[in-house]
Design a protein around this ligand. Structure first.
Ligand SMILES: Nc1nc2c(c(=O)[nH]1)N[C@H]1C(S)=C(S)[C@@H](COP(=O)(O)OP(=O)(O)OC[C@H]3O[C@@H](n4cnc5c(N)ncnc54)[C@H](O)[C@@H]3O)O[C@H]1N2
Ligand code: MOO
Length: 324
C-alpha cells in the first residue's frame, strides 16, 4: 500500500473502506475498499478529514480481493442462494429456502487447486434451511492475478451452477406396512407416524397407509392399488432382512421396473431397498428406521424429493461417511 495526497489519488484504488460520521445524522461507509477515486470525490474526502489516503496500486491483470470474491460468487452461485457484499474480502452464500444442497465436488476441487482461491462449502447432499450458510469464498491475497479468477470462471461455467439449493417437491405418498404382528394387532404400528413426521418436514404428505401381512401377493396388491390412486411415491416398511417371513424385497422386485439397490453402504439402514416402478420411487424400509433417529432413509429421501434420479453409483458412494 502507498500513502498518497488525495489530490494526487485520482484514478487510484482505495485500499480499505472510509467512514463518515455526522453525530445524530449518519455513521457509515462513504467510500468502499476498492473504489476508484475520481475528481468529484476530493471534497468529500477532505470533509471527512482525509488529506492522505492509502491506495492500492493495481497493475493491469490484477484484482482486488473484494472484486475477486464477487466474480467467484457470480460464477458459481445457482438458484435459491443469497450472496452478501464482500466483508474483509469474503463473500458468504446462504440458502434462501429449505432444500437439498447440491455441489459439483469435482469442479470445486479443480478451482481450489488453482491456488490463492478458497471456496469453502458445506457437504453436498445435506438438507439446508433458509439462512443456512452454505459457502464462503475469497481470494487469499489482497491482490490476486486476474488470470486465476478467469480460470475459475471457466471451470465454473462448464458445470454451471457449481452450487445450488434444490427445492423439495410436494409428494403424495402411499405407505405399505408389512408384518403379521402389525396386521393382527399384537404390536402397535410405529412406522406410520415416523414416516408422516419425516415427510411433513419436507412438505410432502402420506395420503394413505395399507397394513398387510407377510404375503408377497398382498404386498404387491397394496402397491398396485396405490399406483392406481396416483401416488408419487411408495414406501414399504419392515420384512427387509433374512428371515423366512421377510418377503418385502421379493415383493418389490416382482413389480419394479428397476431395482436400483437392495442394500446400501450406510449404517444404520443397510437393509434398505430402493427401486422404481416406471418413474415412481419405491422404498423398502428396514426396521431400524423406527428405532434410530438417522438412517439411510434420511440420506436418500431428501435427494428423491429434490427431484434427483437415484443411481447405483450414487448409492455406492454413500459408504464414505455412511457410518451415521
Ligand atoms: N441374521 C440377520 N439378522 C438381521 C439382519 C441380517 O442381515 N441378518 N439385518 C438386521 C438389520 S440391519 C435390520 S435393520 C433388521 C431389519 O428388520 P426388518 O426390516 O426385516 O424388520 P422386521 O423383521 O419386519 O421387524 C423387526 C422388528 O421391528 C418391529 N416392527 C416392524 N415393523 C413395525 C411396525 N410397523 N411397527 C412397530 N414395530 C415394527 C418388528 O415387530 C420386529 O420387532 O434386521 C436385522 N436382523
Ligand atoms: O443395517 Mo439395518 O438396515 O441397520 O439397521
Amino acid at each position: 500500500m502507498k500513502e498518497v495526497r488525495v489530490e494526487d489519488a485520482i484514478g487510484m484504488v482505495l485500499a480499505h473502506d472510509l467512514t463518515r460520521i455526522v453525530p445524530g445524522e449518519c455513521k457509515g461507509r462513504v467510500f468502499k475498499k476498492g473504489h476508484v477515486i475520481s475528481e468529484e470525490d476530493i471534497p468529500m474526502l477532505l470533509d471527512i478529514g482525509k488529506q492522505h489516503i492509502y491506495i492500492l496500486d493495481l497493475k493491469p491483470g490484477e484484482l482486488h480481493e473484494d472484486d475477486a470474491a464477487l466474480r467467484l460468487s457470480a460464477a458459481i452461485k445457482g438458484d435459491h442462494l443469497s450472496a452478501n457484499e464482500p466483508h474483509e474480502g469474503k463473500v458468504t452464500l446462504k440458502s434462501t429456502i429449505r432444500g437439498l444442497l447440491s455441489i459439483d465436488e469435482e469442479a470445486l476441487f479443480h478451482i481450489n487447486s488453482i491456488g490463492e482461491i478458497a471456496i469453502v462449502t458445506k457437504k453436498s447432499g445435506i438438507v439446508v434451511d433458509p439462512g443456512t450458510k452454505v459457502a464462503g469464498l475469497r481470494a487469499i491475497p489482497l491482490v490476486i492475478e486476474e488470470e486465476k479468477i478467469v480460470q475459475a470462471e471457466r471451470i465454473a461455467k462448464e458445470v454451471y451452477p457449481l452450487i445450488t439449493v434444490k427445492p423439495f417437491a410436494k409428494y403424495r405418498v402411499g405407505v405399505v406396512t408389512t408384518g403379521s404382528e402389525i396386521l393382527t394387532g399384537r404390536i402397535e404400528d410405529r412406522f406410520g407416524p415416523r414416516i408422516r413426521e419425516k415427510l411433513t418436514f419436507y412438505g410432502s404428505e402420506v395420503i394413505g397407509q395399507k397394513i398387510v401381512g407377510d404375503q408377497v401377493t398382498d404386498i404387491q396388491t397394496a402397491i398396485k392399488d396405490f399406483l392406481a390412486e396416483g401416488v408419487d411415491m411408495i414406501i414399504c416398511t419392515g420384512g427387509m432382512s433374512v428371515d423366512p417371513d421377510d418377503r418385502t424385497p421379493g415383493a418389490i422386485r416382482g413389480v419394479a421396473t428397476e431395482v436400483v439397490s437392495y442394500g446400501m453402504p450406510v449404517l444404520p439402514g443397510s437393509m434398505m431397498m430402493f427401486a422404481y416402478i416406471d418413474k415412481i420411487p419405491v422404498f423398502g424400509l428396514p426396521g431400524c428406521v423406527i428405532y434410530d433417529d438417522v438412517t439411510s432413509f434420511d440420506l436418500l429421501l431428501p435427494r428423491v424429493l429434490a427431484g434427483e434420479t437415484i443411481t447405483r453409483e450414487q448409492i455406492a458412494k454413500m459408504g464414505h461417511g455412511g457410518l451415521l
